[in-house]
Design a protein around this ligand. Structure first.
Ligand code: FAD
Length: 384
């Protein structure tokens, strides 16, 4: 029996699983191949819908799919991986249990570095999001980081009725989007203004405590919720420390996404180069999905004694939502705004959701919650 071990229950593992399960149906049924998923979380978190969940537009259960349901032909182990031994091909997890592998996929993702921002939430883990949604009480929200995720989440919190301040160290929000799509970046700024989000640029958050945020200019912002979307670092995995990594801890991948013999990685855990530009691809779900799929194909080829194929996906674009009917999208370099962008983004997400039964409920849930709650303008003042 050959064993494929997938570390993490995110996009990379899910799509590697899909590619393997489609190609090795017979082998899996006959017990000649086993797929084991070891994940610190029991559900797959569809991060793309974080804003909709925060805004109360979608119930959280539509954005979180139990791993056993998403990967029915795999053995799912709920545990944290504590060590990988490349020499012995062994993974240690949980209370010291050990599994050997024939093929290993590292899809353990990344975490926001919240050094000095200890009380800030990141909404990355499924538990963080559930705790926020369940907490109920409203109050001022501070979002730290003015990238696309930060502006989208700031807009989502407005919908919860919260006064929101967005803190961004640069002079304009969404700098990465601005570099290629200045019109869309301007539109993001106008959307934040429309929603009443207070934007503080050119300052850093230097301390986060139970009652608020201290900024580098000495201002103190009251906050019930502080959210950090300040870049990310790959989750470190003991045993893989000697493999080549980039400056944010991502494993350096070969063109076939291998990081070591019979070990592959992608998504937020890895530096994957764009096949045409040679630049690292963006850390987002689309790239994790497509690279996960390629890894799955390459794992099957390796099990059949063949060499792997290169990662050839060229990309599609990016999108963000500012409430129902308000979106921006960059589709193959074409800037799109308003309803068209919003509908395109929802359609794309629904297409890639891990659970068909959840995906079909998304449009209805969005329509009914949009009818129930019209967006409201919130006025907010900047304390200090
Ligand atoms: C709030 C938020 C909103 C986002 N919105 C968007 C968006 O709108 N569009 C978009 O394209 N991208 C979005 N992203 C980015 C996108 O979610 C990531 O790029 C994508 O999740 C990366 O996939 P992954 O498989 O590498 O990692 P993840 O999906 O993060 O999965 C990592 C998995 O590894 C597990 N894990 C971690 N450490 C261990 C360990 N030691 N042992 C076992 N398991 C472990 C975790 O439990 C998790 O299951 C968002 C991210 C966040 C945080």
């Amino acid at each position: 029996m050959r064993r494929v071990v997938l570390l993490g229950g995110g996009y990379v593992s899910l799509h590697a699983y899909g590619a393997i399960a489609r190609r090795l149906r017979g082998e899996l049924r006959r017990g000649e191949v086993e797929i084991v998923v070891i994940s610190a979380d029991t559900v797959h978190n569809f991060h793309g819908f974080t804003g909709e969940v925060v805004a109360g537009l979608l119930p959280i259960d539509l954005a979180q799919t139990p791993l056993a349901e998403a990967m029915p032909r795999a053995r799912v182990v709920h545990a944290r991986v504590t060590d990988v031994s490349l020499d012995d091909r062994r993974v240690t997890y949980g209370d010291g249990s050990v599994l050997t592998y024939d093929a290993l996929v590292v899809g353990t993702g990344a975490r926001e570095p919240v050094d000095g921002l200890g009380d800030a939430s990141t909404l990355r883990s499924p538990g963080d999001l559930r705790a926020l949604v369940g907490s109920g009480s409203e109050g001022p929200v501070v979002v730290i980081g003015g990238g696309l995720a930060g502006v989208e989440l700031a807009a989502a919190f407005v919908r919860r009725g919260a006064p929101v301040t967005l803190v961004h160290s640069g002079d304009r929000v969404v700098p990465a989007l601005r570099a290629g799509q200045p019109r869309l970046a301007d539109r993001c700024e106008r959307e934040l203004d429309r929603l009443g989000v207070v934007v503080r640029t050119g300052v850093r958050a230097v301390d986060v405590s139970a009652d608020g945020v201290l900024l580098s200019d000495g201002a103190r912002l009251d906050a019930r919720v502080v959210l950090a979307t300040t870049g990310q670092r790959a989750v470190p995995l003991p045993g893989l420390d000697d493999l080549p990594r980039d400056e944010v801890g991502r494993l350096i991948t070969a063109p076939d996404l291998q990081v070591s013999p019979d070990v592959w990685s992608a998504g937020d855990a890895a530096r994957v180069l764009h096949p045409r530009s040679g630049e690292p691809v963006t850390a987002n779900a689309l790239w994790a999905i497509k690279a996960g799929d390629q890894i799955g194909r390459n794992v099957v080829r390796a099990l059949r004694g063949r060499s792997g194929g290169r990662f050839r996906y060229l990309g599609l674009g990016q999108a963000a939502s500012f409430g129902v009917g308000h979106g921006i999208a960059d589709l193959y370099g074409l800037p799109i705004t308003g309803w068209a962008a919003w509908l395109m983004r929802i359609g794309f997400f629904v297409r890639f959701m891990p659970s068909r039964s959840r995906a079909v409920r998304v449009p209805g849930a969005l329509v009914s919650s949009a009818r129930l709650r019209a967006p409201q303008k919130v006025s907010a003042t900047v304390p200090g």
